[in-house]
Ligand binder design. Structure first.
Ligand code: FMN
Length: 286
């Protein structure tokens, strides 16, 4: 949503338009991008993997607005911070936390190819993790720097942006399979039946996939609120405990438009104080 204090940069409009338009039309993969983190030790290495775009902060789908999106918390607009999700125990989360600890902030990069639109986005971002309130890293989340702008200049000062609501709003949208995935042992840790099942089978065929030996944990959990048994309730509580919202705050965005042979670099000027954002745009040689 555009406000006087927060003009929407063109790169964000392109992402919103393309993800809203193509998501349901035979390009489901438009919601996947590559997220690179820095693995600091023992020697510095980049590490990349796909994650799912969960929209921008405070953005939810709308059938009534022209843009196809609207704010989830009505006192606030939307900003340019992207949301994805992960397990707080995962290597990517641990890499972000370690970089924050050692360097004050964590820097990551997104590479995103949208085939139908023939657009590549490269976003340099700081990364911010919002885990469960009981997690030791919860206090490290500096939400005040990431809040979206108030919904309009004239509105009364809104109540503070509710990050706990934002986290649970996204948690509740997780598929049943993803809810279950957060209740497993630590991602990337040794498989409990690893010696008995064929490790080489990964990717070759899917035959050894869906049995109790290969997957000795629930493959799905009920949605929060639907859990009836104690076992499901406990597993969901564990899932919530491990679930982390990842807020990616871009400060430099490189957009390559292959159709028009056009490349532009957008840069955030002076941070995001009070939800205000000012972006410059520069044409560069494609
Ligand atoms: C299409 C696709 C989407 C994915 N989305 C996510 C995601 O949103 N969050 C996540 O933590 N992992 C996601 N994954 C799994 C990661 O790519 C990766 O395999 C896993 O999280 C391990 O990452 P790490 O060891 O670097 O932490 C996705 C994988 C694929 C293939």
């Amino acid at each position: 949503m555009a406000t006087n204090t927060s003009p929407v940069p063109q790169w964000k409009e392109l992402i919103t338009q393309t993800t809203v338009a193509h998501r349901t039309k035979e390009e489901g993969s438009v919601l996947y991008y590559v997220l690179s983190t820095v693995n600091l030790g023992p020697s510095i290495r980049p590490q990349a993997r796909y994650v799912v775009h969960r929209g921008f902060v405070n953005e939810q789908r709308s059938k009534t607005t022209e843009s196809g999106v609207e704010p989830a918390q009505a006192d606030y607009g939307m900003n340019t911070c992207l949301l994805t999700t992960t397990d707080i125990r995962s290597p990517k989360a641990q890499q972000i936390l370690k970089q924050q600890q050692q360097e004050g902030e964590a820097h990551v990069e997104i590479a995103w190819w949208m085939e139908k639109a023939q657009l590549q986005f490269r976003l340099a971002c700081t990364a911010h993790l919002l885990p469960h309130a009981d997690n030791e890293h919860y206090m490290g989340f500096d939400g005040s720097k990431l809040v979206p702008p108030p919904a309009s200049l004239s509105s009364k000062r809104p109540t503070s942006f509710d990050w706990a609501f934002e986290r649970s709003r996204i948690f509740e949208k997780m598929s049943l399979g993803l809810l279950a995935s957060f209740a497993r042992p630590t991602p990337g840790s040794e498989h409990p039946n690893g010696n008995e099942i064929d490790a080489e089978g990964a990717g070759k065929d899917h035959e050894d996939g869906l049995n109790d030996k290969a997957n000795p944990w629930p493959m799905e959990l009920p949605k929060p609120g639907d859990a009836e048994t104690k076992a499901d309730q406990d597993a969901l509580a564990l899932s919530d405990k491990n679930f982390a919202l990842v807020v990616l705050a871009p400060y430099k965005v490189d957009v390559l438009d292959l159709v028009r042979s056009k490349r532009s670099v957008f840069e955030l000027q002076g941070g995001r104080s009070g939800g205000n954002e000012h972006w410059t745009a520069k044409r560069v040689v494609p």
